[in-house]
Design a protein around this ligand. Structure first.
Ligand SMILES: Cc1cc2nc3c(=O)[nH]c(=O)nc-3n(C[C@H](O)[C@H](O)[C@H](O)COP(=O)(O)O)c2cc1C
Length: 193
C-alpha cells in the first residue's frame, strides 16, 4: 500500500480532480456574443437534465447569462486547446472572441445564445438555478437541445462514437486528452462476476 501525505487545501491541489474543459457561449440583450472557458463542468441531474458550472461572480460572461437567462456549453476537442486557453485569458469586455478567435456563432434552436460551430458537441441550456457559494456561483443549466458533429456519430447516428471523439480534459491545471477505453459502465463488473 502506498503511504499518503495529508496536504492542506490549495488552489493547485484542488485540480488533480479530472474534469471536462468547456467553452461557454452567451449573449447579452444588447451586447454581442461572448465566450468563456471553464476548467470543469458537471452533470448535476438527469431529470431534468442539468449541467453545472462555477461562474466567478464578477465575470463579464456571467452578466450576459443573467440578462438572457441562457447559454451554450461547447465541448472542445483535444485539438482546440489553444483557442480554449485564449478564451479563458481575455475578456469579452475588451475583445470580440468570436471574431478575433475565428470562431463561428451558430444559430441555436431553443436559446438566444449562439453555439460555437467549431466545437464538436454543444448543449443549449436555459438558466435553471443559481447557488451563491462565495467567489463563484454554482450555475445550473437545463439542457434544451444537443448538437453533435456528424463526423463523430455512431453508425445509427443516435449517439457519439467515442472512438471518434477526443475531448479536452483538465487535470491538475493542465490540458490533457483522453487515454484508451477500459470498458463500459457496469460492463466491467458484469464480465468479472
Ligand atoms: C483552463 C481555464 C479554466 C477556467 N475555469 C473557470 C471557471 O471554472 N470559472 C470561471 O468563472 N472562470 C474560469 N476561468 C477564467 C475565465 O475563463 C476568464 O476569466 C475569462 O477571460 C472570462 O471571460 P469574460 O471576461 O469574457 O467573461 C478559466 C480559465 C481557464 C484558462
Amino acid at each position: 500500500m502506498t503511504a499518503k501525505k495529508a496536504l492542506t487545501w490549495s488552489y493547485k491541489n484542488l485540480w488533480p480532480m479530472p474534469a471536462t474543459t468547456v467553452m461557454v457561449s452567451c449573449v447579452g440583450k444588447d451586447r454581442p456574443p461572448n465566450i468563456i472557458t471553464f476548467g470543469a463542468c458537471g452533470i448535476a441531474c438527469a431529470r431534468p437534465p442539468l449541467i453545472s458550472l462555477a461562474f466567478g461572480v464578477n465575470r463579464y460572461s456571467y452578466e450576459l447569462v443573467k440578462e438572457t437567462k441562457d447559454f451554450v456549453v461547447n465541448i472542445p476537442s483535444n485539438e482546440q486547446a489553444l483557442i480554449t486557453d485564449w478564451c479563458g485569458r481575455v475578456s469579452g469586455r475588451e475583445v470580440d472572441k468570436f471574431k478575433e478567435g475565428n470562431l463561428t456563432p451558430g444559430e441555436s434552436l431553443k436559446v438566444k445564445s449562439p453555439y460555437i460551430v467549431e466545437c464538436p458537441v454543444n448543449y443549449e441550456c436555459t438558466l435553471w438555478n443559481v447557488v451563491n457559494c462565495g467567489s463563484h456561483d454554482l450555475v445550473l443549466g437545463e439542457v434544451q437541445q444537443v448538437h453533435v458533429d456528424e463526423s463523430i456519430l455512431n453508425e445509427k447516428g443516435d449517439a457519439i462514437d467515442t472512438s471518434k471523439f477526443n475531448p479536452l480534459v483538465s487535470l491538475q491545471m493542465e490540458y490533457w486528452d483522453f487515454g484508451k477505453k477500459l470498458g463500459e459502465w457496469g460492463g466491467l463488473w458484469k464480465s468479472k462476476s
